[in-house]
Ligand binder design. Sequence first.
Ligand code: AP5
Length: 191
Amino acid sequence: MFNLILFGPPGSGKGTQSEKLIARFGLKHLSTGDLLRSEIAKQTALGVEAKKVMDKGELVPDEVVIGMISSAIDHNANVKGFLFDGFPRTAAQAEALDKLLALKKAPIAVMLALEVSEEELVKRLMKRGETSGRSDDTNESVIRARIAEYHKKTAVVADYYRKFDKVTMIEGEGSIDEIFSSLCEVIDSKI
Ligand code: AP5
């Protein structure tokens, strides 16, 4: 099993690159943002509560997202590996993920961290907000709150994996294909 984390701030291209990477490497894509939006679309109790938090640009409680990921891992027993996108986003989530993967004897092989400037992130997300229908993209102050939340709670997750020498930084500005090539080069060297 080959497990990787695609990491980076909101708008850094995690979703865009995940689609291409799962096609190339045959991994199972697990995005907590997508899982939460699916709960919102179904108007479940979890979705209703999560939407209130997401619309402020804040993080959903750890126990909610850890529960979702744990169940998704259990439901995909025979995959080649997982590509985690938007998870883990706190140190507690990283520790919980390591425990879940230890049960499968399949630790995280690598964290690929996309680097993009804040102005580029805001520009991309404002542009996507014109058409995406994502309520957390329509307003610049919510976009900036998401980025601030990333610096406050999520950036430390890279430090956690750095301790195990698992982080590779990737230039996240440039064409989608150029960035994809850089990501593939690292994965090819580890897989
Ligand atoms: P989530 O869905 O994970 O969103 P995010 O991290 O804010 O990331 P985005 O989807 O906005 O950006 P991305 O990096 O995937 O970039 P994308 O490829 O889409 O989380 C949403 C919310 O859910 C959180 O705020 C939180 O409330 C909650 N949540 C989720 N996970 C959680 C967790 N683990 N714990 C707690 N709460 C959680 O690209 C963005 C745009 O840029 C697109 O329009 C794309 O076309 C464009 N683009 C991509 N690459 C390029 C490029 N190279 N050049 C130009 N444009 C590009």
